[in-house]
Ligand binder design. Sequence first.
Ligand code: SF4
Ligand code: FES
Length: 240
Amino acid sequence: MTDDVSPTQSFSLDGDDLPFASGETILQAATRAGRYIPHLCWHPDFAAHGSCRICSVKVNGRVGAACTVQAAAGLEVESNTPEMNRQRKTLLQMLFVEGNHFCPSCEKSGNCLLQATAYQMGMEGPHFEEFYPNRPVDASHPDILLDFNRCILCELCVRASREADGKNIFAIGGHGMGTHLLVNSASGQLGDTAMSLDDRAAHICPVGVILPKRRGFVIPIGQRRFDLKPVSQQREGDAT
Ligand code: SF4
Ligand code: FES
């Protein structure tokens, strides 16, 4: 993102004129202007991935991902509409049933982007039948635990480990319903990698997969990140 924002270059977001800088995506320009577009797999420090589709908006009447579509002068973008929010709610419900997102027993509750986005979209129930996956946890690392049953395949840990840590600890493997997070070691265990609690990848997960050991439930209820302000009123990257 650049600060070189020309007021002569603007597009319309839900009827309001929004200036943008050359090369910015719709989501980058909206975020800089303090306008919330729901998203899960985008983080300002990493290249866009475009997989969760929660940021879908209508651009001149056609649906596109706000995190990958470049801003351009004169575009008419619709985001906060009943239709787009209904679609986002359905995508969130699908994510909730595909994994084991049992928030009352998850220590990421209150600090979880998936949960906070579901609250924001007014998601009241899972709607679809639960899958109840049974992927074993990986507790092989002395300081970090992995609970694969909560993974939303956003690839933020993959990007952080590759681009920020230079370690390539994680990958996404399989396809279709079998797509899953992998650990890049001969044994497939995190304990056999060079992962460290200081790594960016150890703190980037927006949900409750990558967790530090011996530090659960440290923030009292009422003081957790999304207890304080809804996700729509937070600056991107505040927690990660
Ligand atoms: S472990 Fe977390 S950061 Fe990595 S892909 Fe899964 S949800 Fe995303
Ligand atoms: S944030 Fe755009 S597709 Fe996930």
